[in-house]
Design a protein around this ligand. Structure first.
Ligand SMILES: [Zn+2]
Length: 401
């Protein structure tokens, strides 16, 4: 088996688990956050910088690499690890989420999904077999089954038909998987925000017996309480000895809340995406360092933070870089945000090892929610440090979960 997950400690107060994921490219302590490298690069960082943040596994995207530069080329280069010079582990998404996000550019059939490239408009047909073949060529340690991620909201009948198709597609991916000794294929459970469908999806996908399970179709716009409720329904139905990966989730409070509910792995573009607007994570919620009030603030982004940005630069300097559209500003905000999430996971693991995770969660969430409530109040009244919106919305190109 390519990947094996080892339980180190079950938290007595919650569903949280401390564990270890053994992969062909090293051992990864869980719970873990995986930085996203959509185009085989974590935006603006080189691999040594990603490693120095403490990251040991990153995510890359099948859809993007298939269209450009092409999976054949990556295979010819010796696989994704060698192509991008990353010595840690890699997980690739199946491309399903991106293809389904191209709402007016795709057509779904039982066989697969026809879509038009967002790059040049060319037509492609992605099937479970093709998505698996592409991921076999890319060579990631963990690959994902080709699933349909339903939008939210979505009606019960559509969600049911979609999850049943996802189950049939998962079985086809398993048959098509050509390198099970070198790459672990994870199944994905869907079910939208319907408890009965979440149960049905878990039962059907677990029946197929995968070495790990992705939880998809959450954090797609539904209220947080619904996401928590669905995790509470679905996670206990997944095998206790396999890793559970909540796809596309990565805001600090979501990480803490989802670990509490038994999730082991996360990925999200949020830390690098908000960095583009000069927004950074603090224990008291988000802060936009680009705002005018930081023009003469010579403190680091976060006092006491051990990241490269905070050890060397001030808010005033980073604000200046962002205002001048200098790339270093974006890099420094990205480094801080990624380190913040990786460190949050380190703290969670330490709390789990010490048996103090319930206390950690309470303290973390109290501080985070109080800070975010204050920030929202300031945005409403147009005063103070938050000062304004987080920046323009994203263009209509396929995003990560
Ligand atoms: Zn920092």
């Amino acid at each position: 088996m390519a990947v094996r997950w080892e339980l180190l400690k079950q938290d007595p107060a919650s569903a949280a688990r401390l564990g270890r994921l053994h992969t062909p490219h090293g051992v990864i302590e869980t719970p873990v956050f995986m930085p996203v490298g959509t185009q085989a690069t974590v935006k603006t960082l080189n691999p040594e910088e990603v490693w120095d943040l403490g990251a040991r596994i990153i995510l890359s995207n099948t859809y993007h690499l298939y269209l450009r530069p092409g999976h054949d080329l990556v295979q010819e280069a010796g696989g994704l690890h060698r192509f991008m010079n990353w010595k840690g582990a890699v997980l690739t998404d199946s491309g399903g989420f991106q293809v389904f996000s191209l709402a007016d550019l795709r057509k779904i059939t039982e066989e697969g999904v026809q879509f038009r490239s967002h790059i040049d408009g060319s037509t492609h047909f992605l099937t479970p077999e093709k998505a698996t073949e592409i991921q076999n060529a890319l060579g990631a340690d963990i690959i994902m089954a080709f699933d349909e991620c339903t939008p939210w909201p979505c009606d019960h009948d559509y969600a049911r038909r979609s999850l049943e198709r996802t189950t049939r597609w998962a079985a086809r991916c398993k048959v098509a998987h050509a390198r099970p000794e070198a790459q672990a294929l994870f199944g994905i459970v869907q079910g939208s925000t319907f408890a009965d469908l979440r149960r049905q999806a878990a039962e059907e996908i677990v029946e197929l017996d995968f070495p790990g399970y992705g939880i998809g179709g959450l954090s797609v716009g539904e209220p947080k309480e619904l996401m928590h409720e669905m995790l509470e329904v679905q996670v206990p139905l997944l095998p206790a000895d396999r890793p559970r990966y909540l796809m596309g989730v990565g805001s600090p409070e979501d990480l803490v809340e989802s670990v509490w509910r038994g999730v082991d792995m996360f990925d999200c573009v949020l830390p690098t995406r908000i960095a583009r607007h000069g927004t950074v994570f603090l224990p008291d919620g988000k802060m936009t360092v680009r705002n005018a009030e930081f023009a003469r603030d010579f403190l680091p982004i976060q006092e006491g933070c051990d990241c490269y940005a905070c050890r060397n630069y001030s808010r005033a300097y980073i604000r200046h870089l962002m205002k001048a559209d200098e790339m270093l500003g974006l890099r420094l905000c990205s480094i801080h945000n990624l380190r913040f999430l990786v460190r949050t996971m380190e703290e969670i693991r330490a709390a789990l090892a010490a048996g103090t995770f319930a206390e950690y969660r309470r303290t973390f969430l109290e501080r985070w929610h109080a800070g975010e409530a204050e920030r929202r109040a300031r945005i409403r009244t147009g005063t103070g440090r938050a000062g304004g919106p987080m920046g323009p919305s994203e263009p209509a190109v396929p995003q990560n979960r």
